[in-house]
Design a binder for this molecule. Structure first.
Ligand code: ATP
Length: 325
């Protein structure tokens, strides 16, 4: 009844009378009042005025399955939503669902992660109620070699969503980090399960720092959050769908050609490294050069004294020569 009551308040133009709600759900006034109290306790701001009824006046940053399903505005991402208040890592859970046969588009979201991971097994700091931790499960028909481009597609989606919705000037540090004022607000981790020449499933995990006020000692130097950078009060559920809405558009573009030719130009416009000196931390042969954008396959083009080099994302990190970017 709580869910239906919330839906009724959401679709109302203003106040809905207590009697109307009683009639609609076939319950007593006391039952309606009790459900309203529960919603208030969860963070929904509901005004109650005698002779007028109830009105939903605001919603705090609530994140749960109901809220996510209620606000969903996408075509296929999140066709199934799996929500955990706490989990090890949304990528681990999405891979498990991948093994169990869950469909293309399934979205896993968590309130908090206890074993959030970045590339090469590094930790992703994931404290409760302050961030977005989510992973989408995809079952694409393209080849395994094309999957690394999905990280670029996802980075574009986060960048676009944050720019359009919150007006913050976020940029991309190639290939998988979103930065704001030189610090990281988002990391992306793509993993896949393949046959020799086919993909069983891919998972794309996205962690966004939303309302963190501080970070642990290991990350404080490189991390920031949307709140710290002036993003104001952000509702995670809205941010989540803004990301997947943008993702669907870029993904459609990527699928049409099987590469990034339709997105590349826009990506280069968001690239924090563009025309800057970068240090490519290749494990065998690190080198320095000037970043000039990406290829249609998502490699970073670096101009060096020995000529142009194309860096593929695999195991490489890129740094500015004086700092993180
Ligand atoms: P780079 O390319 O900069 O070396 P990466 O993109 O490979 O890094 P990831 O593996 O995506 O990095 O993320 C892990 C790293 O990110 C950690 O080593 C830590 O420094 C940093 N980090 C961990 N948690 C957070 C967080 N919540 N916000 C920002 N940065 C974080």
């Amino acid at each position: 009844m709580k869910t239906e009551l919330l839906a009724a308040l959401r679709s109302a133009e203003g106040f809905v009378s207590g009697q109307e709600l009683c009639d609609k759900f076939g319950v007593s006034r006391t039952a309606v009042w009790k459900s309203i109290q529960k919603l208030k306790a969860e963070g929904y701001q509901i005004e109650a005025v005698p002779n007028k009824g109830y009105c939903l006046t605001g919603v705090a940053d609530i994140l749960n399955k109901e809220e996510l399903e209620n606000l969903r505005n996408t075509e296929w991402t999140g066709n199934k939503v799996v929500y955990f208040e706490v989990t090890d890592s949304t990528n681990i859970q999405a891979k498990r669902l991948g093994e169990e046969g869950w469909p293309h588009g399934t979205l896993v979201v968590a309130g908090r992660q206890e074993a959030g991971r970045g590339r090469r097994g590094r930790t992703w700091e994931s404290p409760g109620h302050t961030g977005v931790f989510m992973t989408v499960l995809l079952r694409p028909s393209f080849l395994p070699g094309q999957a690394s481009m999905l990280t670029i597609v996802a980075a574009m989606a986060v960048t676009k969503a944050v720019r359009v919705k919150y007006g913050l000037d976020v940029q991309i540090k190639w290939p998988n980090d979103i930065v704001l004022n030189g610090r990281k607000i988002c990391g992306i981790l793509t993993e896949m399960n393949t046959e020799i020449d086919a993909i069983n499933y891919v998972v794309i995990g996205i962690g966004i720092n939303v309302s963190n006020e501080r970070f642990g000692d290991d990350t404080a130097k490189v991390a920031t959050s949307l709140r710290i950078e002036g993003g104001g009060e952000i509702r995670r559920a809205e941010l989540i769908w803004a990301v997947w809405e943008a993702f669907e558009a870029y993904y459609g573009n990527f699928i049409k050609t099987g590469d990034l030719q339709g997105i590349k130009h826009e990506y280069d416009g968001y690239l924090v490294n563009i025309d800057r000196q970068v240090r490519v931390l290749d494990q065998k042969e690190p080198f320095t050069g000037t970043a000039r954008g990406i290829t249609a396959h998502g490699e970073l083009i670096v101009e060096t004294d020995e000529g142009i080099k194309r860096v593929s994302s695999g195991e490489v990190s890129v740094r500015g020569i004086f700092g993180y970017v």
